[in-house]
Design a protein around this ligand. Sequence first.
Ligand code: PEP
Length: 660
Amino acid sequence: MSDRVLKIVIHVVRLILGCTFILSGFVKAVDPKGFSYKIEEYLQVVNAQFPDWLNLPLVAAVVICCAEFVLGIYLLLGLRRKFTAIATLTVCVVFTIISVLLVIFHPVHDCGCFGEFISLTDAQTLIKNVILLGLAIMLMRNPQVAKPLVPEGWQWFVSLYTCVFIFVFCLRSLYYLPLIDFRQYKVGADLREMVFPTHEDIKPEEISDFMVLDTLSEDQTAQILFKKEPTMLIIAPLLSEASAGVAERLASISDWCNDKGYDIYCLTASPLKDIRKWCYYNDAEYPFLIADHTLLKTMVRSNPGLMLLRDGVIRNKWSANNLPEVEDASVDEKQLEAAVGNNGKILLKILLWYLLPMLLIIMLSNIIRRKTKSAKIPKVIKTLKTPKDSNTSNNSINSITTKNTKTMRKKIVAGNWKMNMTLQEGVALAKELNELLAADKPNCGVVICTPFIHLASIAPMLDTNVLKLGAENCADKEKGAYTGEVSAAMVKSTGAEYVILGHSERRAYYGETPEILKEKVNLALANGLKVIFCIGEVLEEREAGKQNEVVAAQLKGSLYDLTAEQFANVVLAYEPVWAIGTGKTATADQAEEMHAFIRQEIAKQFGPEVAENTTIQYGGSCKPSNAKELFAKPDVDGGLIGGASLKAADFKGIIDAWKE
Ligand code: PEP
């Protein structure tokens, strides 16, 4: 798959996963109580015990819906990409396992993935979760493809605002009633038609559990539903758990109903002793009817809640926290009906409270980022020619650096021993070099990159103030059954600090593609190694004038998914392949031209500040005799040295080229 196609695919994957998680988190946050009932069912299946005071199902419901929503936003905005990919995969694996168990054992009816919003069969849930798992795996393999929509410095705000928003929204849904009623008992629903359908297209089983009995077990359903006059229903699934603080309000509502001549009942699933207790302690004079516990929990997400019925139709509903004010005798039933909240408008307002600040932050942060970037661009960058232009003439080289900025950049001379030196020879060379540099301190960074077998023996011998250690390669896999490979973590564990990646010999002889190198770079950086990343064109490409194009593609193919922070640990080494080990050096002007171009590309991708701080080494038949001329160029910040690094004196000669 080409890079472009992969990018598009991963964007789509992110979009699908992000929207799914946002939807699933949001609809659960609309009705967290409903979702907590589902969790209760799951906990009952595994016979989980938890103390009542903890209310684990509700706590878990709030945590899960908030986590899903936040994860969805992270996916959509491309935030904390590695963490997000791991979290998404973990969630999808857990969901898939649960849905397999659902298909096999059918422990609960309806998985509850989308709360009460969408009801899926077990098979549909499994298919959905397998698809999401596949997408999560794809994302996990390419977590860095998406660019964050919000710059790093602003991401904490987005995270905090999103967490606070969804948590407060959950609390609001719990305090009042869900803004969207996903169940049958929504305001406007014709209960009579649903319980005693006169039209064939209404399935009676949809609401077949609606039945209320008096304390003598006489069915009172029809009496309530066929009443033309208003009927007030206090819904208290379990009186022992009902908030008794509202008993006084309920009593005045009861008085108001009596004054108006309306019926009022308390529907409960509580045993008689609890009903008596409630009446005794709260002076409740309203009659009680018995109904199914689940039915009552479904009718109003509050204990107690209140429902106004007229002519079999639900006219309004209230939670215990916003019971209607009826102390004033002039309040009539029409006013109570008219007080139906405009939930659509409220929901829109709430969503705007989230979306507007988020859009503002996304726009503002990007404008500020762009502004700071261009403010930091030295004057000369504004006159930069396009890559094609800068390719055409030596005289048109427009370096974004000056001598001053160059001195601020780290200069590094690194040796690449390649497949040379036995262990004993290597140890002796490292020792000799270490002594030379300890005695005559270099005024540039010096690194020797050795075969793997040398690393652990050489690392303890080096004075890292003057000489650092690196490997010549590392694996593109984290760990496991990859015989003969050496991982970035293993390299790091030897004491090495650097690793060369993308060397032309590895690209040519070992088939290392930009994708493989991308993996290697990510793993090396993740394991705390600094990367010396090699780029460069072959002779035919230079002869065809394609060197800029080639080098730009190499940069883009393996490094452009890094953040600026990660990129700060990358040293670039421009090595024209035609100059490696051939004795043919690029002229200092050729090197400078390409280095300036590379820096310009880095500025485009990561900003001029990063570009100015990026060390770009030259490699390819660099020797003590030509090092000074090469290093004198403003954009050449050192060298990657092959053959000449195998002799301490030659290597030292190149290092000394940095001395006046
Ligand atoms: C190299 O292989 O990185 C290199 C620059 O080799 P040489 O100096 O031998 O050309």
